[in-house]
Design a protein. Structure first.
Length: 278
């Protein structure tokens, strides 16, 4: 099988709200985003670059939670993913008729996201800060971006022990690259990895990502060749031996190749293994 190459445009961002089509020109259009808010610049950035929609023409809803389905949908749209081939899902809770269905399957197919179990994705569940870090890190890996990091920044967070094992490397990378910053409370900086990410927080992560994530493409490796069943052998009616593979060079011109167990081969008079393929 030929290698599958999936073009990805990775500038900075992987998130937008898919609720409304109306795009804002700048943060100043949103009445719920104060110029003095810590996320004002980030909202202005995602609005001007068409990365987020407002929840209305005049509101951004910065404290609204993001869901897993929303995040994956915008990731796919930003990557200009062709999802037409995805008509069924490996996850029983992903309705292919909903906006996120094909995008979830695409993201799973290119190994950017995983389900909460092998058969469940939970698209309507809120996405956490560590889950976003894991997806961004995997995205960076699949697209050949810089994934080197030191743990100096990570070690400064007092709640680093609460990070799920699967997300530890991702958060070490994301904090090193300055994509994710801590939440300061009572003089301590905390990652709060399992807390739901808000629209404002994700906008800030995207702004912080612009010098980390760059344009590239995802290249999937060739599908591995099927492994022959060790219990199956092959022979021809006129031959005197049995073969471990039907691809044995001595069978190249054979028109009638039969298969079965070694016992069945011997019952057919093929008492010895082929010296070429065994």
């Amino acid at each position: 099988m030929k290698r599958r190459i999936i073009p990805i445009l990775l500038t900075v961002v992987l998130l937008a709200m898919v609720m409304l089509p109306t795009m804002a020109a700048s943060a100043s259009q949103f009445t719920d985003v104060s110029p003095s808010a810590w996320y004002y610049e980030a909202v202005d950035y995602v609005a001007k670059n068409g990365l987020f929609s407002g929840t209305s023409t005049t509101t951004f809803s910065p404290n609204t939670s993001m869901t897993r389905g929303m995040f994956v949908t915008v990731l796919g749209r930003f990557a200009n993913a062709d999802t037409r081939m995805y008509t069924s899902s490996r996850f029983h809770d992903v309705d292919m008729g909903r906006y996120f269905g094909p995008y979830v399957e695409w993201a799973a197919d290119v190994d950017i996201v995983e389900g909460v179990t092998a058969t469940k994705f939970s698209p309507d569940a809120s996405i956490t800060r560590e889950q976003i870090a894991a997806i961004l890190y995997r995205f960076a890996q699949r697209t050949g971006n810089d994934t080197t990091y030191t743990t100096d920044a990570y070690q400064t967070f007092s709640d680093k022990g609460s990070v799920s094992k699967y997300a530890q490397q991702a958060l070490q990378w994301a904090t090193c690259k300055g994509i994710i910053h801590g939440v300061v409370s009572d003089g301590q900086s905390n990652l709060r990895p399992r807390r739901t990410a808000t629209r404002a927080e994700v906008a800030q992560m995207l702004l912080n990502s612009q010098d980390v994530l760059v344009k590239t493409e995802i290249v999937l490796p060739d599908d591995p060749a099927p492994t022959p069943d060790p219990g199956i052998v092959y022979w021809t009616p006129g031959g005197s031996v049995y073969h471990s593979t039907a691809e044995c060079p001595t069978l190249a011109r054979s028109q009638n190749i039969q298969s079965g167990t070694v016992a069945e081969a011997k019952a057919a008079g093929k008492d010895n293994p082929c010296k070429v393929c065994h």
